[in-house]
Ligand binder design. Sequence first.
Ligand SMILES: [Zn+2]
Length: 290
Amino acid sequence: MTNDTHSANKHEPAPQNEAERGAGESGGKPQTIDIGINLMHRSFGSDREAVVEAALEAGVSPLIITGTSVRSSEAAAEYARRHSGRLYATAGVHPHDAKSCDARTIRKLSDLAAGGEVVAIGECGLDYNRDFSPREVQREWFVKQIELAEELELPLFLHERDAHEDFATILRRAKPPELPAVVHCFTGTAQELRTYLDMGLHIGITGWICDERRGKHLRDLVKIIPPERLMIETDAPFLTPRDLVPKPKDGRNEPKFLPHIAEAVAACTGRSAEAIMRETTETAKAFFRI
Ligand SMILES: [Zn+2]
């Protein structure tokens, strides 16, 4: 289905290694979960296995691959299935792609979500920053994916950009309060954050927080997120932390840089990076039930 299928099995570790590595602290380095990585993105097309290996070396595992369309969700689930315990996937349609949804979309996502490697519905939500899909179409498919998550009792992986009001309104109306949901890559205002926390939502923080200029407000805001609601993610290949030294030659973000984001969060909250990695991982395990 993708042009990467052929390369996937070559570097599979032996099962006992995998079990050991998955065991976290008992296997050596503690493992930190990257809850959002666009691993099926074409920029990982030639070295996807190496990216996963490098993440593992850096103590970043498991990775949760973000599904952004039916096609990428299928590819993510298939890839995750071949890396059991190390990779998981979400199944959903990004608001940018809402315009390509049709009568079969929800059925396809539902079939996909029957696999144990799919741990959430999404990413879904609203993006009024680019308006790649008409807003009413975005709203329609956002609601349908919330309903699917409810039906399947899977958590929601949410995307919101410049659409806070409509996004909160739809969630209040369509999402049962007990259904867990994370607003991934949160970059909004203090008031928006408080609203989301009051609504019981989890918050995903990316390398945006490492950006001296754009991420400045986030550095204060991250302090008010309770540990049991905070998770971290790279959103790779996007959002490369701007203060990485040395900068990656190709400018591409990778899951192996997640500890750098944990350090930035630690510096803001006055806790240690180890504590942030441990707490966000515990939160992610409980949230995604992995
Ligand atoms: Zn997103």
